[in-house]
Ligand binder design. Structure first.
Ligand SMILES: *Cc1c(COP(=O)(O)O)cnc(C)c1O
Length: 232
């Protein structure tokens, strides 16, 4: 990690902050209504800690092994550490109590294991349901929420989504709109023990558009830290 790299992170951080504020303003929200989470996969802890020192308040890791290897090195202060990657049920116990929120819950089985481990560790774990927009997402989502709403020690806080690879901005906007409509629809159902506060969508290429389409959490990696190097 060189001074030059950190200078880039600072420059990028300020630029992203500015664009988030601008997008928020466009839809009549204030900057505080939007959560900027940095996706930190492959990024070393010194760089992550530097970003936190700039004011970053949320970081998200993708892999359990990587999170554990960095865990003692994070200088979180009051920043929130979240899990945003695909999570296998048999690895849940390794991160319970370490992460504030798990964004990538896509099955009853996974929610059940998060609940079980949270009870065991006497903690409460916030989760988002990961939605893959495709066909019967609405019905399937309501069924999933119905099954997990009474699980102990977990709180559903909203939805997250990773869009399919789209070959045009227009398709991605359509996708974001669909997600936002789903979010509003589920929120309107007022399901017991389920709160729909967070809509996590939008990454480096499209976080501005995601906010315009209703996202209140964006997950930004490469635009902040530069291109990822998976070989380190
Ligand atoms: C890597 C990652 C991101 C950020 O991707 P960029 O395009 O680098 O901003 C966001 N969300 C998830 C789940 C990721 O794995």
């Amino acid at each position: 990690m060189t001074e030059k790299l950190l200078d880039n992170v600072k420059y990028n951080y300020e630029l992203i902050e500015e664009r988030i504020s601008e997008a928020a303003q466009k839809v009549g929200k204030s900057r505080e209504n939007i959560t900027f989470l940095a996706a930190t996969k492959t990024v070393d802890v010194d760089t992550i800690n530097y970003a936190i020192s700039l004011g970053l308040k949320y970081i998200g890791e993708n892999r359990v092994q990587e999170l554990l290897s960095k865990y003692d090195g994070y200088n979180l202060n009051d920043a929130s550490l979240q899990f945003i990657g695909h999570l296998q049920s048999n690895k849940v116990r390794q991160i319970i109590g370490k992460v504030d929120l798990i964004q990538s819950v896509d099955s009853v089985k996974l929610a059940s294991e998060i609940s079980r481990q949270s009870v065991k560790h006497s903690v409460n774990t916030d989760i988002l349901i990961e939605v893959n927009i495709g066909g019967e997402e609405n019905k399937a989502l309501v069924e999933l929420l119905d099954e997990i709403k009474d699980f102990d020690n977990i709180s559903v806080k909203g939805l997250m989504s990773i869009p399919p690879i789209c070959d045009s901005k227009q398709k991605i906007l359509k996708f974001f709109d669909k997600m936002n409509n789903l979010f509003i629809d589920i929120k309107g159902k007022n399901i017991d023990n389920i709160s729909m506060d967070i809509l996590s969508m939008g990454m480096s290429a499209d976080y501005y558009e995601a906010i315009i389409s209703g996202a209140n959490m964006v997950r930004v990696g490469s635009s902040l830290f530069g291109a990822r190097n998976y070989n380190v």
